[in-house]
Design a protein around this ligand. Structure first.
Ligand code: ZN
Length: 277
């Protein structure tokens, strides 16, 4: 079982009431840490990383309003690329959520809200949907984000890019884009760095151009979302990480930590003093 197969399995078992649901992070060391992009919605604070049954140190958390990715070279993609390169992230998950307010905010409402904040329409870009990357369907937004990340020249071809949707009522995760499948489709076995992979120049040409999505190209999940909200404790409390085997602590105790004195900065000379020299 691969990491996200184990994550989904643990999540679904926890949502179904299995108190022992979890996973051993040590068994998936090659796939950790995970980089997740989620929305800024505060309701998500209690769900992560618990909903993935991962310990906090294996969870690199990026957030933006609506978990939106606007292009293959957007600032979010730069952060994802650095999270892979600098922090060693091995798998990426774009995690949308149900009842996202970004999806529910129309352009007219957005303009009204911005106006109320003193933001003048004339100073905004003409195409607000394109600029903010706003969306009407949480699922399509996840698919679009995965597509941009998968096709970004900044992301290595061996990094799986998953798309998940979290139910904010139950904590259940639905797998919208299976990153292992798209990985196989991109790079056939034995052909690392296939010529079919996007090049930086091509991506640069499309920078700023909003990518249209034909319905015929849409990928839809195989499973339906569980409808019933489960009673009992919130998922954040029910799902848990199976702890790794106890690590023996060294017998010698570490030296006591003493509060140190903060070094003082050099005295600031009056400006007149500096001018004289
Ligand atoms: Zn949201």
């Amino acid at each position: 079982m691969r990491l996200f197969e184990a994550i989904i399995d643990a999540n679904h078992r926890a949502v179904a009431g299995d108190a022992s649901a979890g996973l051993h992070p040590a068994e998936f060391a090659d796939a950790l840490p995970v980089i997740a992009l989620t929305c800024i919605d505060p309701r998500l604070n209690a769900f992560f990383p618990n909903a993935l049954a991962l310990p906090a140190e294996e969870f690199i958390w990026l957030r933006n309003a609506g978990n939106i990715v606007t292009s293959t070279l957007s600032s979010t993609l730069r952060s994802l690329a650095l999270a892979c390169a600098v922090k060693g992230g091995r798998e990426i998950a774009i995690i949308g959520h149900s009842d996202c307010q970004v999806a529910k905010t129309t352009t007219t409402v957005l303009l009204d809200k911005l106006k109320a904040l003193g933001v003048d329409r004339s100073r905004l870009p003409d195409n607000l949907n394109e600029f903010f990357g706003t969306f009407g369907s949480e699922r399509q937004n996840i698919i679009r984000a995965c597509d941009f990340v998968r096709n970004s020249p900044l992301i290595g071809p061996k990094i799986p890019v998953h798309g998940l949707l979290l139910d904010v009522e139950t904590g259940k995760l639905d797998w919208i884009v299976n990153g292992y499948e798209t990985l196989q489709a991109q790079v056939p076995p034995g052909l690392p760095g296939s010529g079919a992979l996007p090049k930086f120049g091509a991506a640069l040409e499309s920078l700023g151009a909003f990518k249209e999505f034909a319905m015929g190209e849409m990928k839809f999940p195989e499973m339906k979302i569980g409808e019933a909200a489960l009673p009992g404790k919130p998922l954040a409390e029910r799902i848990h990480v199976v702890p790794p085997p106890t690590v023996a602590l060294p017998k010698t105790s570490p030296p006591p930590i003493r509060p140190g004195k903060a070094p003082l900065p050099p005295p600031i000379r009056p400006a007149a003093d500096l001018r004289r020299k």
